[in-house]
Design a protein around this ligand. Structure first.
Ligand code: ZN
Length: 708
């Protein structure tokens, strides 16, 4: 029996109400039952119950359902919204042990929707009944949290396995992409993807920066910040909340800076994360420092010393007392050198204490103290307490003020080996800096054993290294050193996928080690000029930073450009890549090996207001996608070197290119190709020859869908 007839027979509604609803139906494409609810003839719950009886379909209460990620991923946002009124709950097994998605619907009469859905997912469907408002609410909650987020999650190919192994507060939680169960599940997914992607990209830091119209996610790789992806503003609050939960921070507090830690296991790799949040004008900025304990450079043999350099350093640290200073700007690897030094002098018979801000790595067998000015644990205060603990070796994270300097230097004269760092540019300049801080010349001259100035240079990527002739002006600038060392050949990285087309992969340190001898001690005590001291140290064999760097360049470990860059800087060695212009005209990347096709597209698309980037194969398509960040990619399938499918697969495997819309444009008219293309993450598919106006319309639609 029909639903309406049942309702009439049971006297739940009147004929008059049916007439009213029919009248309304003329103007609205809605089922009659829905209109009956709208005019108040029947309640939604009542309707669902009767539907269940009439159509013999079970009813479910969505709030009591455990929603399964697999089902959500199976039926994408577009589909769920297109067939408004369906929501996937879970995947069950039918009697033949085949997967069968259980889908909530509010309209059991809508056979067309259910049939279409079967075609879309290519499976049978098991419908259950739920009220329309509940289903809308769930679509809202799970799908509309943000379409862009879903687009992103849908596109990123990942097998991320992330779990928390413990934070400052022990958080007991396990989550992975396979389980979307809680309210913020899509956000948990996003956080997992960001962590995994950042680790794969070898990032040392992740920056989550709210801007006026979007949130920028950036990674620091080999010292440089790189824009990765923009995400919508409304995801910012849940994203930072999720990260705060992971790191045991106060989720409700967003107006004051907070610091926390977490330990994650990402694809079986343990990563320690240091989190710091700070309120900015547009919201809370979150910076995550990723520390891989395995990668920590705490052995002298691993931080970049050349053999002769290592000998000097080792000779200095075996002394029972005195001061070893490591200097350089932020991010020059000073901490690693100190940790490596401590590890080398560590023994059962020695008491080693550190005072640091912050503690980067925990080292076995060493007592580490965290500076905390809020409870008056400053460098100076901690240092005074340490001295009462009978230490043999002390590490003072940094000498910033004269009080700390005074205590540290006195300690180094009274039977303690002291390690510390300072923010000075060259080894010799450090002497003047100490005297400027008010230290007595005799205190400085009699305690210092060694001053190490250091910088980090990027390694040439070994996968794409080739011989290379540096620019004449750089050679000119360093000519005397190059000639002095007799260097003939230089190398650079051409750029490949492994190094993200930067030509560099990883970093190492270069050193300038200033050893104090008797003559220099006298110079310092007499407050001699820096020039005079430098001359004497050179005479005694001081190797300058630039020379240490050039030795590495001569071995093909780094480039001449890199040496010039870091050895030349006055203050800061952090170079930010050419900023990606996020607000410019639309840039379309056309990847096709047929030049006339690209010529034609370039001419027509430029006339329509788009900037065009040309790529002649899949490899170039990837390279230019990473470097130029196009707004959309038109991708041919058959290309030399790397075909379009492979290129799409690679683009979709990384967060920074995962959300760029891709339209396949090919002469192949094969239906399986089309399905394959869409399956690996293309957004649209058009066969050649094509109608330009049609292409243009579809480009506009894709850009619009991505909120561009
Ligand atoms: Zn490379």
């Amino acid at each position: 029996m029909d639903l309406i007839e049942t309702l009439l027979k049971d006297k739940i509604i009147t004929r008059r109400q049916v007439e009213d609803a029919r009248e309304k139906q003329a103007g609205a494409k809605k089922p009659l039952s829905e209109l009956l609810v709208e005019i108040g003839a029947i309640s939604e719950n009542e309707l669902t119950k009767i539907d269940s009886r009439v159509y013999n379909m079970p009813v479910t209460n969505l709030d009591e359902e455990k929603v399964d990620a697999g089902a959500i991923k199976l039926i994408l946002s577009d589909t769920a919204k297109h067939y408004y009124g369906i929501f996937p709950l879970r995947v069950e097994k039918d009697i033949l042990d085949k997967d069968i998605p259980v889908v909530a619907t509010s309209d059991p009469q809508d056979i067309v929707t259910l049939d279409n859905l079967k075609l879309v997912v290519n499976m049978q469907i098991r419908p259950v009944l739920s009220s329309k408002s509940d289903i809308s609410r769930f679509i809202e909650k799970y799908y509309k949290l943000d379409d862009a987020l879903y687009d992103l999650l849908k596109n990123v190919i990942t097998d991320a396995q992330v779990s928390i192994v413990g934070g400052e507060k022990i958080v007991k939680a396990d989550f992975n992409l396979g389980e979307i169960t809680d309210e913020h599940a899509p956000i948990a997914c996003l956080v997992n993807i960001i962590f995994t992607d950042a680790v794969n990209a070898r990032a040392s830091d992740i920056h989550i920066e709210p801007r006026e119209n979007f949130v920028a996610i950036r990674y620091r790789v080999d010292g440089d910040l790189r824009h990765v992806i923009k995400i919508p503003n409304n995801l910012h609050a849940p994203l930072s909340a999720r990260i705060k939960v992971l790191s045991g921070l106060d989720v409700a507090e967003s107006r004051r800076p907070q610091d926390g830690r977490a330990s994650l296991k990402i694809n079986e790799r343990k990563i320690d994360i240091r989190i710091s949040t700070i309120p900015t004008y547009y919201g809370e900025e979150v910076v995550l420092r990723l520390l891989d304990p395995k990668e920590s450079r705490t052995e002298l043999s691993r931080i970049g010393f050349e053999y002769e350099e290592l000998v000097i350093f080792k000779e200095s640290i075996i002394r029972p007392e005195g001061m070893i200073l490591v200097t350089g700007p932020t991010g020059s690897g000073k901490t690693s050198t100190l940790y490596a030094g401590l590890n080398a002098v560590k023994s059962e018979t020695r008491n080693i204490i550190t005072v640091e801000d912050p503690i980067e790595y925990l080292i076995d067998g060493i007592n580490q103290i965290q500076v905390n000015p809020q409870i008056n644990v400053t460098f100076a205060a901690a240092l005074r307490s340490i001295l009462r603990q009978d230490p043999d070796v002390i590490l003072v994270g940094e000498i910033r003020d004269s009080e700390t300097a005074e205590i540290a230097f006195r300690a180094s004269l009274t039977g303690h080996l002291v390690f510390s760092t300072m923010h000075t540019n060259s080894s010799v300049a450090t002497i003047n800096r100490l005297l400027d801080m008010g230290l007595e010349p005799y205190l400085v001259s009699s305690s210092i054993i060694l001053i190490v100035a250091q910088r980090l240079v990027r390694f040439i990527c070994q996968y794409c290294k080739e011989e290379h002739e540096p620019e004449a002006r750089i050679i000119e600038k360093l000519k005397c050193h190059i000639d002095g060392l007799g260097i003939k050949k230089f190398y650079k990285g051409k750029g490949c996928q492994k190094c993200n087309f930067s030509g560099y992969f990883g970093r190492t340190a270069i050193f300038e080690q200033f050893k104090i001898n008797e003559k220099i001690r006298a110079f310092i005590s007499n407050k001699s000029s820096e020039d005079l001291i430098l001359k004497e140290t050179r005479h005694a064999g001081l190797r300058l930073l630039v020379e240490s760097g050039l030795r590495k360049a001569a071995k093909g470990l780094t480039t001449l450009e890199e040496v010039a860059r870091v050895a030349d800087v006055q203050d800061d060695n952090i170079v930010v890549n050419k900023p990606v212009d996020l607000e410019a005209r639309f840039k379309l990347l056309v990847a096709d090996d047929e030049e006339d096709v690209v010529d034609y597209l370039q001419k027509r698309l430029a006339a329509s207001g788009y900037d065009i980037i040309r790529a002649c194969d899949g490899k170039q398509a990837i390279e230019f996608s990473v470097k130029e960040r196009p707004d959309l990619i038109l991708m041919d399938v058959n290309m030399p070197n790397m075909d379009g499918f492979e290129a799409i697969r690679i683009l979709r495997s990384r967060l920074e290119t995962a959300s760029i819309p891709i339209m396949i444009l090919t002469a192949r008219q094969d239906k399986t190709d089309e399905l394959k293309g869409l399956d690996i993450g293309a957004d649209d598919y058009l066969t050649k020859p094509f109608d330009f106006e049609k292409l243009l319309a579809r480009i506009k639609m894709l850009l619009k869908r991505r909120g561009k």
